[in-house]
Design a protein around this ligand. Sequence first.
Ligand code: SAH
Length: 362
Amino acid sequence: MERDQPFLHMNGGKGEMSYANNSSIQRQMMLKAKFILEETITRLYRDSSPTCMKVADLGCSVGSNTLLVISNIINIVHTTCTLLNRDPPTFQFYLNDLFGNDFNTTIKLLPDFYTKLLQYKEHDSCFINVTPGSFYGRLFPSNSINLFHSSNGLHWLSQDPLLGCKDVASLNKGHCHIVSTSPPEVHKTYLKQYQQDFKLFLKSRSEELVPGGAMVLMHLGYHETPRRTSWEIVSLILNDMLLEGLIEEAKLEWFNIPVYEPTVEEVKNVIEEEESVFLERLEVVISGWDEGLNIEGGDGENVRAEIISKHARAALEPLLSEKFDAEVINEVFVRFQNKILQIMKVGKLESATFIMSITKKA
Ligand code: SAH
């Protein structure tokens, strides 16, 4: 298994195209998942009362989203402890992402974060650590973590699924993801990689959780009517550019976006196979791509399309730069924005997010 994916990370820093500045849509999704976090923490406290609560945010990326996860968890635990008349624990948080992630930008936000925490809670009750590495494998000692959180990361696969399958890759020539014309073999190969990865993820987390420990996971999934994904749109754009002679065929040959959006059944099947864990709840939340972007007025649609395009760019640029130069990437996202605008004029752009609460059997 690939332990390091050097090209997989979101745009670092705090610039115009950074993930830190282009992740408000993901933030909205995290807020929508808060009720499952509350329910999971209540359940965790019903069965145990750790003096030091160890929590890891897996795939934390860059910027303040992960800090929102931390403050949400601290607040929920404090409320739960008050209700149960127990002393609140000390917290140890681990921020995890791949080695190429720009952890430094997030670390620089910590002094302010600690100061704010101090205003209403004791600062020396919260310690934040960084744990780089792939979540498709072990990251922590056995029986050491109380709660795992992961948002918007688990649809990323551990590697390009078509890399070792020359025959299947040639069936999808000119494309870098599953599109409507892709033969079933391409879909099957992506699914196989997802199953292998998610299985390893669950096994690793189950070993690391204390008995009765829990995970709250949230990622993109496939639900009901056929719909579009950013990955498909980028693939169609690159295919157009190939036909127009703007990129070379060879560049697309060994390039596939390593993302898979599973169905509810596919997710459940993998969870059921890992006998040490139990799926407490799985909710599907459908939301618009422009959810929470309250920009009205004459130019509202354009601005929303631009924001959506920047969000996609913040997530995909490092991966695309592996193969394509800056000029091509600029053109991809000009076209992406136009495509979004076109789709918004005739219909809805929606995606499904799966939110799950899973416990390790005692
Ligand atoms: N949780 C944040 C960031 C989501 S972006 C939020 O909701 O806003 C997805 C993140 O998952 C990226 O930073 C990416 O680098 C990370 N990621 C993808 N595959 C990973 C892996 N195998 N191990 C650890 N992190 C991974």
